[in-house]
Design a protein around this ligand. Structure first.
Ligand code: EPU
Length: 419
């Protein structure tokens, strides 16, 4: 795996339009769902990011033939050659777990390496396994691998004990080829799940309850090929809207579906930011000093944990004391150590970050611990005095398509070095 270092020279005037790419977290389950058909599938708007490349490589190693270029994937799973997801793949991206449900449903057997440790806290997969067992799968965990076997999965009635995004996606995908009807309750309702259902419907799946927390799926013998365009990435949207709040009124964020980041926009408005929406474009006005806020991360439509780090950077520039309570993951504050190295004043108490502003950030040497943490450091570097160097910037490229290029186009000074 190549690694990168990023250098950012701060306090440049930014002005212009940034276009949001397709959603990583919709592309990943949709790529996994291509296992459910032996016909050709075309996905448009797939972001060229490392997690997507890892998923594409994993599918090729199972037997897919296809091509990924210019944000288009065409893929054909005419047969399953090797129903295995190796440790090398699961170590790089935890979303390889999304292959388990569709592979088992199509092939009757799957061997998937357990997702490795995670920088943002415990990320269990017990709901994925319990749900598949409820559908008749025999599951063993042995030598770091999940071994799942089932003649044909059977429809079942399963209530998720907690809300899980990929858990919901995995069980929906598995149910599309099960014998009979599956009812999934207490499902996650993120827009990426709705987009996955739209895609599965186009593949011939029969699914009721799209957008709600109870989903009913009538299983089919096989799904068919189709083409589909992935929705825009709401976390990328939110990240650039926050960048606009930090760097002034001349940034337009394009290819947005504003309601996807409704919770962020509401928070920004309560802080005093003026939000201007024009079709798929969002721009903002910061009329004066912003007010501190109290924020909780929650499942959609609540404020997303995936924007917590980036909002933290913005709150270092707000006069007063703000709090963010992280309700989804139990260790998602690694960016705080790095932001404090830049001069921020943030204290962690359990799952609450207390941010005292205004801090005058200064460029320094930083380490990117995870994807969203690395985005928060880039935002910090844009407003910092002097130069910031971010090590382990591979993390950023796992989920943001060409962030340095997009920011440089509007006036930033960012260079990327392979190390
Ligand atoms: N959980 C369980 N058991 C399970 C599944 C989840 O206890 O079987 C717990 C987790 O430990 C966690 C909570 O439920 O505390 C929520 O986890 P969830 O399963 O919803 O997370 P995920 O599906 O693994 C997806 C995104 C993450 C995003 C979270 C929360 C993808 C590929 N990943 O992860 O995205 O943070 O939902 O919204 O969709 C990112 O893009 O940077 C990222 C980490």
């Amino acid at each position: 795996m190549d690694n990168y270092k990023i250098r950012i020279s701060g306090r440049k005037k930014l002005s212009g339009t940034i276009t949001v790419s397709g959603a990583k977290n919709a592309s990943l389950p949709e790529l996994a769902a291509t296992i459910l058909t032996d016909s050709e599938v075309l996905l448009n708007g797939v972001p060229d990011v490392e997690d997507v490349n890892t998923m594409f490589n994993a599918l090729e190693s199972i037997g897919a033939s296809g091509n990924f270029s210019d944000n288009k994937v065409n893929i054909n799973f005419s047969n399953i050659k090797e129903p295995v997801v190796s440790e090398t793949i699961s170590k790089t991206s935890r979303s390889s777990i999304l292959i388990l449900g569709p592979l088992l449903a199509r092939n009757g057997y799957a061997r998937v390496s357990l997702p490795g440790g995670c920088a943002i806290g415990d990320r269990k997969i017990d709901f994925h396994l319990e749900g598949l067992e409820r559908m008749g799968a025999e599951i063993k965990v042995e030598d770091g691998y999940i071994l799942a076997r089932s003649k044909r999965l059977k429809g079942a009635d399963y209530t998720f004990p907690g809300v899980s995004v990929t858990g919901t996606e995995n069980l929906i995908m598995a149910s599309t080829l099960a014998d009979g009807e599956t009812i999934l309750r207490n499902c996650a309702v993120e827009p990426e799940i709705t987009d996955l259902i739209t895609f599965l419907e186009a593949m011939g799946a029969e699914i009721m309850g799209k957008g709600s927390d109870t989903i009913r799926i009538k299983g089919k013998n096989i799904l068919k090929g189709t083409s589909h365009t992935v929705i825009p990435d709401r976390i990328e949207m939110g990240t650039y809207v926050i960048a606009a709040c930090l760097r002034g009124d001349n940034i337009v964020v394009k290819n947005c579906i504003p309601e996807y980041i409704g919770s962020l926009l509401t928070i920004l408005e309560s802080m005093g930011v003026e939000i201007l929406i024009n079709g798929d474009e969002i721009s903002i006005k910061v009329p004066g000093q912003l007010k501190p806020v109290e924020v909780n991360t929650d499942p959609y439509p609540g404020f997303p944990t995936d924007l917590q780090a980036q909002l933290t950077t913005l709150l270092t520039q707000v006069d007063g004391i703000s709090h963010i309570r992280e309700n989804i993951f139990n260790n998602r504050f690694k960016h705080v150590i790095e932001l404090n190295k830049m001069g921020a004043n943030i204290a962690i108490n359990g799952n609450i970050a207390e941010i005292k502003g205004v801090s005058d950030l200064k460029g320094t040497y930083l380490n990117a611990t995870d994807l969203r943490a690395s985005a928060s450091l880039v935002l910090g570097a844009l407003i910092a005095e002097g130069e910031t160097y971010i090590d382990n910037a591979y993390q950023l490229f796992r989920g943001y398509e060409d962030m340095p290029g997009k920011l440089n186009k509007i006036g930033a000074d960012i260079s990327t070095m392979k190390v």
